[in-house]
Design a protein around this ligand. Structure first.
Ligand SMILES: [Cu+2]
Length: 106
């Protein structure tokens, strides 16, 4: 099998795995308005999706030092699937005063 075909097969297989997953994952919405994450602190479980909805006219990020980094363009939303349990503080790289907290249970 050619490499490209193999990659395609793997992609199809992983997509099916995600679709067939019986885990009841939740979607948790965090709004960004006037440089504030709201709610500032949310609880989630591994596998849940966090959606940041940016109502501001400038870009923000949800960034964990040494961890993940999500770019949220102006007037857009971005999402991330929570992969690890634990408590994390995140902030916006452009506005370090913007702070959020995530409590993730397994
Ligand atoms: Cu920001």
């Amino acid at each position: 099998m050619k490499a490209a075909a193999l990659i395609r097969e793997l992609l199809v297989a992983s997509t099916l795995t995600i679709v067939a997953s019986p885990v009841l994952a939740a979607t948790i919405e965090v709004t960004i308005d006037k440089l504030v994450f709201s709610p500032a602190s949310v609880a989630a479980k591994v596998g849940d999706t966090i959606v940041w909805v940016n109502k501001d006219v400038f870009a923000h990020t949800a960034t964990v030092k040494g961890g993940w980094d999500v770019m949220i363009p102006p007037k857009k939303s971005s999402s991330m699937i929570v992969k690890a349990a634990g408590a994390v503080d995140y902030f916006c790289r452009f506005h370090p005063n913007m702070k959020g907290h995530l409590d993730v249970s397994p």
